[in-house]
Design a protein around this ligand. Structure first.
Ligand code: NAD
Ligand code: UDP
Length: 354
């Protein structure tokens, strides 16, 4: 059984990936400083899998702690989720974002390289990137070949910089004498589109601290009366109903993509290498369509008003997922209705248990 370090594994996507990895026969080991999560997520994971994952409360910028974990747990691969992710906050506090998102990546990469030097197999390193790196693209759907645009905020820039760091590290390995790196890195950046939903058991889900910035967490809280009515940010976009179009993907499908990427990396023999995959559904859904689907599947009204466009938002963003299907053998299986139903059950559970 391979031990996989999941940085940020107590978070929204990380916790679902811990479950998926466990179900696929890996042994996940979590490091998380709980800056945007809660240790109770470990109970939820144990409830689903029957196993409490190995958990280290600590910061990924702490190289000594990382070295200890890599040795103690004999880590065979990494999925690096740990980062701050609030776009608006990143504009207010850019240093906080560059410090955490870049330094955490660098420390985890250094520890991975040090540790893997003695191992026999390729060392997979999967990184959480984002469709935000495409910016306002000229054509849709977005393929991995679509040129990146300069980021419009520090959060997005940390994702672009992180991809460049991975590219440079892998290419340095490729140029160097292979014997220098007994274990070559197989880095994979997964560019997520819009993750939504929760585990169907409602044992784990998204639990943003404070007022949610993203559509679905805000929508479910508005529907339950915990928040003011949802504001639709603009109804004058060049889309069929005027509202923004995104590619919403069930978080359980997204978690499965990490398992597929991990299995793919372990199966390759030509590392060092760096791959990039879009992880979405390939379908675009407008804000109005999403509200209508939520109301249809839950029977609950979403109070909402129309507001101004949110600065920095693009009109349309959806993925071409052919590459992930062809190479990873992965594709999204759940519908938006599934995801919204699961998000709603999770929201109700928060209400009754918090
Ligand atoms: P999240 O905030 O729920 O999870 C991130 C976890 O990392 C949290 O548990 C937090 O406590 C932890 N963390 C942050 N900095 C840390 C550090 N220095 N050391 C240890 N732990 C640290 O976020 P998420 O939605 O699960 O996102 C996971 C990753 O996916 C992030 O890198 C995010 O930028 C990326 N991503 C998310 C989305 C999205 O819409 N949720 C979209 C694209 C990319
Ligand atoms: N959105 C909205 N109201 C909100 C939050 C988001 O109308 O309170 C819209 C937003 O303009 C975008 C879509 O919902 O068209 C998805 O936004 P989200 O922040 O979830 O994701 P991202 O902008 O990162 O794609």
């Amino acid at each position: 059984m391979q031990n996989i370090l999941i940085t940020g594994g107590a978070g929204y996507i990380g916790s679902h990936t811990v479950v998926a990895l466990h179900e696929a026969g890996f042994r996940p080991v979590i490091i998380d400083n709980l800056s945007n999560s809660d240790a109770r997520v470990l109970d939820g994971i144990a409830h689903i899998t029957g196993t409490r994952p190995s958990f280290y409360r600590g910061d990924c910028r702490d190289i000594d702690l990382l070295r200890k974990i890599f040795t103690q747990e004999d880590i065979a691969g990494v999925i690096h989720f740990a980062a701050y992710k609030a776009v608006g906050e990143s504009v207010q506090e850019p240093l906080k974002y560059y410090d955490n998102n870049i330094n955490a990546l660098l420390r985890v990469l250094i520890a991975s390289q040090e540790h893997s030097a003695g191992q026999e197999h390729v060392f997979p390193f999967i990184f959480s990137s984002s469709a935000t790196v495409y910016g306002e693209a000229d054509t849709m759907p977005l393929t991995e070949e679509t040129p990146r645009k300069p980021a419009t905020n520090p959060y997005g820039n940390t994702k672009a910089i992180a991809e460049d760091i991975l590219h440079d590290v892998v290419h340095a390995q490729r140029r160097a004498n292979a014997s220098l790196y007994a274990t070559p890195l197989h880095a994979i950046a997964l560019r997520y589109f819009n993750p939504i939903g929760a585990h169907p058991s409602a044992a784990i889900g998204e639990n943003p601290h404070g007022r949610p910035e993203n559509l679905v967490p805000y929508l479910v809280q508005a529907a339950s009366g915990r928040r003011e009515p949802l504001t639709i940010y603009g109804n004058d976009y060049p889309t069929p109903d005027g509202t923004g179009v995104r590619d919403y993907i069930h978080v359980v499908d997204l978690a499965e993509a990490h398992v597929a990427a991990m299995q793919y990396a372990f199966a390759q023999t030509d590392a060092p290498r760096f791959d990039i995959f879009n992880i979405g559904t390939g379908r675009g859904t407008s804000v109005k369509e999403l509200i209508a689907t939520f109301e249809e599947v839950t029977g609950v009204n979403v109070p909402h008003t129309i507001g101004a466009r949110r600065p920095g938002d693009v009109a349309v963003c959806y993925a071409d997922t052919t590459k992930a299907a062809d190479i990873l053998g992965w594709r999204a299986r759940c519908s938006i209705a599934d995801a919204l139903r699961d998000a709603w059950v999770w929201e109700q559970r928060q209400h009754t248990t918090s």
